[in-house]
Each structure stands twice: as C-alpha cells, then as structure tokens.
Design a protein around this ligand. Structure first.
Ligand SMILES: [Zn+2]
Length: 435
C-alpha cells in the first residue's frame, strides 16, 4: 500500500481506502494495551504536573499506583463543566488544570460560562484528522472551514488538522454567505466544514443567486458537527450537492470523541481517547447498548482531562464496522443528561418520544405527562391529531406500541384538543411531587 507522510506525523493512504492509521484496524486487545499504557502515563504525569488533578486524586486518597488498567478509572469520580468553571473562578485562568507552565500556552480561548481553554504551542492531537480521513479528505483537497476562529478553539483545531493531512484550508469562519458562496464556486472548494444548518442556508442562498449546486459547486465531502444532523437533512444536502456528508462529535473541552466513517453506522471513537458510558444515577460504567452519559479521558499533557463528564447521552456499539476500523462507536447523541426523567426505574429522554412519534405524521403536537398517585407512577402521552386524522382505538394502540418499542415502558395515549396541553415548551412534563 502506498503511503505519503505529511509533516512526518501522519500516514496518508494515497490509495484512497480512507484508513490512515494502522492502529485504527488493530485487534481490540492491542488497542486496549496501548490505551492502558497511555492512561497509566497520563495519570502519573497529571498528578505530578497539574495541581487540580493532584487535588482530585488526593481527595479520594488515590495515587497513580492505583491505576493499572482502564477499569481502574472507576475509582475516580467524574468532573464536569461546572467543576471547571468553579475551579477557574477560584484560581484564574485555568484553575490549576494545566499540565505545563503557562508560558507554553499558545492561545487562550473562551467558551460560554465563561470557561477558558488553553491552546498548546504545537497541536499534536490527530483525532479530527482521523475524522477527515474517514470522510475521504486528503492531500490536494480544498476545504472551507466555516467554524469560528474567534475566541473558540474549534476553527483552529480543524485548521491544524487539515494541514496535518495535507489539505488546503480557507479560514472563512461563519456568516457572510455571499462571500462563502463566491469562495466555494471560484476556488472549486470540494470539502465543507461547518454545521448542517449553515450548509443548508448556503445552498438556499446559492440557488437564489442562480447557482447550480452540482455544476457550479464542486463539493464532494462534508464534515458537520456541533449540531444534530437529521437523516432527512443529510439526504437533502447530499442529493443537492452530490456529496457525502458525515458527522462528528466532540466538545470544546476535550476534542473529538466520535466520527462517522463511510459506513455511517455510529461514530468511531478515535485513537488517543478513552470514552466511557456511565449510568447517570449510579455512575457505574455501562456495557455497549446501554444509554448513559459520555465520559472521556484524553492524553493531552498541556490540559489533561481525566474522566470529564460531557453531559451528553449516547451508547456504545461494539460490533465490527464494515470499514475495517476496530474501535467502538458512539451511537446517536440522544440529548443532555439534565433532560432525563426517570420513571419506574427507566430513563426517558425527549428524543425518544420524538423518535417514537416520527412514524405518525397525523400527530400535530404531543406532550408526555408523568404523574404519581398512591405511590405509583403513570405516564400519559397527550396527542393532538390533524383535523383529517381518525381518532380510533386502533390508531391509539399503534402509537402506544411505538412508544413501548422505543421507551420500553407502558404509556397510555390520550387524544386531546389544543387546550389540553400544559403551558410549557417541554416535551416531557414531570408532575410528580416527592415528600
Ligand atoms: Zn466504520
């Protein structure tokens, strides 16, 4: 197989099989050994170099010697954005979380909170580059990066990663649709980086300006992130431009945690990160298939994050993917942990209701009500139907079956008129009161 080495860092497979790293196809046991080595190393490094990390370990009376395998991570409690915020307020700018002297920090970014993130002098993380290669982007491609370079790190991360794989980048940032369209058409841009909704806006604007999306634009690859991508919008954009559109997932704190390959069956966890799924309540690590909170550990010496809880919900898929990569995959991002409601020992998330209802266009609006009387929980779906729909028992039962399939709980359906809803934008209303 022919390889081209770009900047001596990453092997690019010029035969276009979209697999760059031998490690991506390594046997699972080999990956586990490599991740274990990196974990032991980063824990020791963080304890010796980051005051905040050391404090977390000391508080639980743990030392690096207590961490010899990946499962040992369960000994350490997780931390989240609020914890970062609190520690930064007490000890600005980084709350003692840096693993290097501040003079080795190239940039300081800002996320809502505000939370300040450090940018290392040399960006060595290869995870976004893996995501690009999985789409097919490589040397010679011209990418337009519509993610922001202002204050936030995402634009820069992607920019550096494109450089790493030998692609050319146009740092356009968001907004300015007319100029974006001119750049895309005149410079024969063949890769789009941005949100799916912005690409949709660009397509509408381009059509209104008289462009033919397939003839005048040369888009072949789309990398989308930072937003949910519906299958309908994906298909719509892929068909309009004649391109492939794949999504990735990550956070501003810890970087890439998942990317789709061309098989589109979940998002591969990249090399160089450990992703766990935890039960939102018990904090136990969950096996593949079980929905829980995404918790991640990176190996970044400048900013080591060990067991960072993202607040996002998903599940792991362990079956081998057609593309040949052997890593686990994250399923769909189902939403935020704080939107979960627990009923009869099961979690319900608004996205599950939306999923169950997607097969019923006759439903104009719905709301799920959770109540409790005599120490028993009951769940009712209030549904308002289109005027033309038939309100019969068979239809009611088919909705109840669809709900049971997705939520795994018995939910009664009640057809109501418009004023039967509770005044709230929320899809799930929990009316239970606890003494
Ligand atoms: Zn794959």
């Amino acid at each position: 197989m022919a390889y081209l080495t770009v900047r001596g860092l990453v092997k690019v497979d010029v035969n276009n099989s979209f697999l760059d790293y031998e490690s991506e196809t390594a046997p699972i046991e080999q990956r586990k050994r490599s991740l274990t080595r990196k974990l032991v190393d980063i824990i020791e490094y963080a304890c010796n170099n980051s005051a905040a990390a050391r404090e977390r370990f000391d508080a639980l009376d743990l030392s690096p010697h207590d961490f010899r395998e990946i499962n040992d991570l369960e000994k350490l409690s997780t931390f989240d954005k609020n914890d970062i915020l609190n520690t930064q307020v007490k000890n600005p700018p980084f709350g003692g979380m840096l693993g290097v002297d501040q003079k080795n920090i190239r940039r300081i970014y800002r996320s809502p909170g505000p939370i300040y993130e450090p940018g290392e002098r040399v960006y060595e993380d290869t995870r976004w580059a893996q995501a690009f290669r999985a789409i097919g982007i490589g040397p010679g491609d011209i990418a337009i990066n519509t993610f922001s370079y202002h204050m936030t790190l995402f634009g820069f991360w992607l920019d550096d990663s494109l450089n790493r794989i030998g692609a050319t980048v146009i740092p356009s940032g968001p907004g300015n649709t007319d100029v974006q369209i001119e750049l895309m058409a005149r410079l024969k841009v063949n890769a789009y980086l941005g949100t799916p909704s912005f690409l949709h806006s660009l397509s509408e604007k381009a059509i209104s300006l008289g462009y033919d999306l397939k003839k005048d634009m040369k888009l072949k690859y789309g990398f989308v992130a930072a937003e949910m991508l519906s299958e309908r919008l994906r298909k719509n954009l892929e068909d309009s431009f004649g391109m492939r559109l794949l999504q990735s997932y990550g956070t501003a704190d810890i970087g890439c945690l998942g990317f789709e390959c061309r098989s589109c069956s979940g998002m591969h966890v990249p090399e160089d990160v450990i992703v766990e799924i935890l039960d939102p309540e018990t904090r136990e690590s969950l096996p593949p298939g079980k929905i829980g909170e995404i918790v991640a550990t990176n190996f970044c010496r400048e900013y080591p994050l060990i067991r960072f809880a993202t607040g996002d919900l998903s599940y792991l898929i362990d079956e081998q993917c057609d593309c040949g990569r052997t890593s686990s995959r994250l399923g769909r991002i189902l939403g935020r942990v704080d939107q979960l409601t627990k009923v009869r020992g099961m979690f319900i998330h608004p996205s599950q209701i939306t999923e169950a209802m997607s097969g019923f266009p006759e439903i104009e609006r719905c709301q799920l009500i959770v109540e409790r009387s005599e120490h028993r929980d009951s769940i009712t779906l209030l549904a308002k139907l289109q005027p033309s729909a038939v309100h019969n028992d068979n239809f009611k039962r088919s909705i109840e079956d669809a709900l049971r399939n997705v939520v795994k709980l018995r939910i009664e359906v009640d057809f109501v008129e418009g004023d039967g809803f509770i005044e709230s934008e929320k899809l799930i209303i929990d009316k239970r009161e606890w003494d």
